[in-house]
Design a protein around this ligand. Structure first.
Ligand code: SAH
Ligand code: SF4
Length: 387
């Protein structure tokens, strides 16, 4: 057996271990108060099975799928391709729900933050980030309530993990955000543009809730439903190496990697997951990631912390590390939150850093902080949910 095979098997064992461990944090099976079954979050096979159980053929499941995920309808009585008696039968047994927005705040820059409450009362935040220039925008979705990792610069990281979000709750955030903008196609109308991108960059580590995130993203990518291409979805991870491979094989969505430091001693401190999956392994996983071999690029996220990771030497080491990877480097000015231990790098050092990276041939956009006034910017999300 070659060394490559041994490490592949170890990786598989590690994946199984991670999936078993993280499943403990799955949401409780919550029924609606009246016992009806929630349809949002079910995949095609499950919807087909639910309908078969009440004696309805597969083509009904296809129709229902279209109404739920393509048209965004929540009321059976408007499903014009389904006869009235069946509409009533469906409404007796099923619901098409949404998480409830308990707070909605709109920033002066038009970023909108939602605090969504789920059936068991837990809450998570979702942010809509409009892009005026391109006339479209991105929905930043949470994958967990809290986070098990405690990155030093991240507000979510000061909260422990309360629980994973289920597939219904993950898709539900996107659907509810679309509701808020009335952004569903009319039966014969245009495709929605404003809410046409998903970034998994809200609360939580998506690769520590892989099964639910994968199911939700597959639903979002189904061409007869929400229909987002995988190029319109970006998953951001702090570097759960074994699950990055799995994500590449199964979803092949865009990958963003929260690098933030170029030496293990510093990364161990600010992204503690580095102690388990150090920089060398992380970069190797990026080189293996399938999207990197196509036209698409991996995004390296790099939070600019004054005097911590923002020197010219850091920039030079960064380009050495990622040499040869089709990549861009997203520089994120640190977004402070109450009690945060860091300061944002000066504009000067951000510019110098960006220049060095750019001179090496990588695009290095500086991320404009959005929605800072409503604490909706990267890393500022934190709810008061308790386990
Ligand atoms: N858990 C995932 C995704 C959520 S965080 C991850 O860590 O990648 C989304 C991005 O915001 C990550 O790159 C994260 O490191 C960054 N971030 C966290 N706190 C921040 C802060 N206070 N200021 C700027 N960026 C921050
Ligand atoms: Fe969790 Fe990401 Fe925040 Fe780290 S940066 S604590 S992984 S949400």
């Amino acid at each position: 057996m070659s060394a490559g095979q041994i490490s592949a098997e170890l990786t598989e064992a590690e994946r199984v271990r991670i999936l078993a461990k993280t499943a403990r944090f799955n949401p409780p099976e919550v029924q609606t108060a009246d016992g009806r079954r929630e349809l949002v979050g079910l995949d095609r096979a499950e919807i087909t099975a639910e309908l078969a159980a009440i004696g309805e053929p597969a083509f009904r499941a296809k129709q229902l799928w279209h109404w739920i995920y393509h048209q965004g309808v929540t009321d059976f009585s408007v499903m014009s391709s389904i006869a009235r008696p069946l509409q009533e039968k469906l409404a007796e047994r099923f619901v098409i729900g949404r998480p409830v927005a308990s707070v909605v705040q709109t920033s002066t820059d038009e970023t909108r933050k939602f605090l969504f409450r789920f059936r068991d009362g837990q809450e998570a935040e979702t942010v809509y980030i409009p892009d005026r220039v391109a006339d479209r925008g991105a929905v930043c979705i949470s994958s967990q309530v809290g986070c098990t990792l405690s990155c030093r610069f991240c507000h979510t990281g000061t909260q422990t993990l309360v629980r994973n979000l289920g597939a219904a709750e993950i898709v539900g955030q996107f659907m509810a955000a679309r509701d808020s903008y009335g952004e569903w196609p009319s039966p014969h109308g245009e495709t929605p543009r404003l809410l046409s991108t998903i970034v998994l960059m809200g609360m939580g580590e998506p690769l520590y809730n892989y099964d639910n995130v994968a199911k939700a993203m597959k639903i979002c990518m189904d061409g007869e439903g929400i229909g987002l291409s995988r190029r319109r979805i970006t998953l951001s991870t702090s570097g759960v190496v074994p699950m990055m491979d799995r994500c590449g094989e199964e979803l092949a969505v865009n990958l963003a990697v929260s690098l933030h430091a170029v030496r293990d001693d510093l990364r161990d401190e600010i992204v503690p997951l580095n102690r388990k999956y150090p920089i060398k392994e992380l970069i190797a996983a990026c080189r293996r990631y399938p999207a990197a071999s196509n036209a698409r690029r991996i995004t390296f996220e790099y939070v600019m912390l004054k005097g911590v990771n923002d020197s010219e030497a850091d920039a030079h080491e960064l380009i050495r590390l990622i040499a040869g990877i089709p990549a861009k480097v997203n520089l994120i000015p640190f977004n402070p939150w109450p009690g945060s231990p860091y300061e944002t790098s000066t504009q000067d050092s951000i510019n110098r850093f960006a220049e060095i990276v750019m001179d090496a041939g990588f695009s290095s956009p500086v991320r404009q902080p959005r929605g800072r006034d409503i604490l909706a910017a990267c890393g500022q999300l934190k709810t008061e949910s308790r386990r």
